[in-house]
Structures are given as structure tokens and as C-alpha cells.
Design a protein around this ligand. Sequence first.
Ligand code: PHB
Length: 397
Amino acid sequence: MSFKTDFKPIALKDTNLFKPIKVGNTELKHRAVFPPLTRRRAIYPGNIPNKDWAATYYDQRSQRPGTMLITEGTFISPQAGGYDHVPGIWSEDQITQWEKIFNKIHDNKSFVWVQLWALGRQSTPDTLARDGLRYDSASDGIYMNDQSKELAEKSNNPQHGITKDEIKQYIKEYIQAAKNSLAAGADGVEIHAANGYLLNQFLDPKSNHRTDEYGGSIENRSRFTLEVVDALVDAIGEDKIGIRLSPYGTYGNVSGGTEPLIVAQYSHVIGELEKRAKAGKRLAYIHLVEPRVTDPSLAEGVGEYHDGTNDFVYSIWKGLIIRAGNLALYPEITKEFIKDGRTLIGFGRYWIANPDFPDRLEKGQPLNNYDRDTFYSLTSEGYIDYPTYDEAIKSMY
Ligand code: PHB
């Protein structure tokens, strides 16, 4: 194991990052959040969290008491999925494995939120066809790219703009998945409305060409996302719900910052959330992908958007905000962001490689390098074998 060499860590122990904060019903001891990270090690068939490794992976990353973890994106139903090695939370087998994972996290006195995921057109039409499932999105035939189009045509599963009844069905599945998450012991759920996935496909004018009340205007494009929020608030309570948004994201061929009305689109959604908050139903947090990362499939620093910021969100939303996006190697920026008393920071890729990541942030210790090749490999390597700082030092002598 080697440390990242071209990087000077700074101890953040005297900043707000290491002050406690309450999120929903959980009392965090610091504000570094383990964000949702796809790792593709779930068991096929069944989309079951990996029985050999997943509990250890989450156990290692929740060692510091009072840490908030958000799970990897987790399918709410088979129709919402289509990746064989991503976990779901609809079956008994899945819930049983999640329970074991959540118990480990709680044994460490840390907390866990389940990220509720529906892929839409970012899914794989041939895999869905194999399982007798539709290839869904906001609109018929507005493919993400030529490859998706070809695959959809070849597997005779063309992209389908979901009907209003199908929207209602998705909402039911969000509710059931949220209830299952709590039944498995989670502290809350996060609605994934970012990074070009199904809800983002409705929010975005490039992917949403609908002519009914779910398309055509900013208000209409926001409707599905807000209906999911309202349904979950009724089902499990606003304090157990967060939502993830990526206003400047282009992943999955959505607009990003070049669309003049994109900030207006997100201002509307966030304004609606703040209206509900003022009426007594404040969500636990809003989780923002920073314009520092517009496409999470690219390496850090590639695809940054420099002509806009997420600062507008602070003018609208008066609750907690998690900001994530290539911040582990930029402690000076973290220091600036965290000065705000209602901000938390998500650190993804380097937390994969540094199970004791919050301790290293606190003390300004060097970071293990990560191995990108094993982010999505079906191996325990690159998953549960990264050393803590002490272990790394020992192995060097
Ligand atoms: C990914 O698997 O690459 C992925 C998943 C969820 C995201 C972003 C990227 O929100």
C-alpha cells in the first residue's frame, strides 16, 4: 500500500468538521459523511448485498463513533434496477443481509441511510428484457446515447416513457423500499434524484419531452420528484428523508450548467422543499453534488464546471446541506465550505481506500492511494483489504 505523494494533508480537527451535529434523529460526532458509492459486489441472482464482504466493508468504514454513512445506491424494485451486482431492498433475503450490515454500523455507534435508486434509461435494456422488465424513462425514444439505443433495439426493449399509472407504481415502490429500509434498522433514506438517473431524467429538459403534467415546464418536470418526497414524508416522516441533487451534472446526458434554466429548475425544487419545511415538514438534509464533479465516471478533476456554484441553494433552503465532489485532496476548500454551520461534507473515493478516513482528516495524515480498477470488480480485493493508517505504517517497515 502506498500513500498519495503529491498531496499535503491539513489537520481539520479544529474546524466545524469535527463539531457534532444532529441529522434527522441521529447525533453525529462529526460532519464528514460517507456518501453513496456503487461497488457492484451484490449477489446475482437476487441483487442481495454480498454475504461474505459487505458487512465487513461497512463495518470498517463506520469505526469512528458518530459517523453518518449513506449506502451505495440500492434498487427499490426489480423494475427500477437492471444491474445484476447492485443490491436491492425489496426481498426478504436482501433485507436480512442489510440488517446484518446496519447492525455492524450501529454497533460502532454510527448511523446509516439507504440511498433509494431507480435507474431509468441509465439501465441496461438487454438485462431488463432478460427479466421481462421495461426500459423506462421520462420519454419514449430519447436515448442517452447511441449505444443504449442499439442495445434497446437489439433486445427489443425500446425506451419507454412511463405512464401516469407507472409513475404511481414507482411511488409505491419508493414507499415500500423506505419502509423496508427502516425495518432493516436504517436511520433514514436518501432519494437519489441526481446523476442522470430516473428522477433526474424527469427534472431535465433534455431527457423529459413529455406533454402531460409531468413535462413541459419547470413545475411539471419537478412533479415526480416532489410526489416521491411527499409520499415518503407521509409514509416514514420528514426527519428520516434526505434527497440528492446534481444541478450541474451531465452524467447520463442531462443538461448541466450550459442550460440557462437549470438553476431555475433546481431553485424550484428546492423552494418547494423549503415551503414544506416552513409548514413543519423539513427534510433531514439536501445532498448536493458539487460542480467540481459533473460526471462521476471520470477521474477527479476531469469535467469540472467552473461557471457556476451551488451557493444559490443556501439562499433558498435553510436546513442542512451535504456537499460532495472531489474534496478529499482539497482540505482548503473543505475548510471554506465547512465554515457554514449547516454544512456537512461527503468524501467518496478516498474513503473507499482509507477505512479510517475521518481520523486521517482530523489529524492531517497521508492518504492511501485508491485502485480504480477494483471500484466495481467482483472481488474482496479493493473492497475490504485497504489498511488503516497504523496498519499501513506497520506494513511499510
Ligand atoms: C456509478 O455506478 O457509476 C454511479 C452510480 C450512482 C451515481 C453515480 C455514479 O449517482
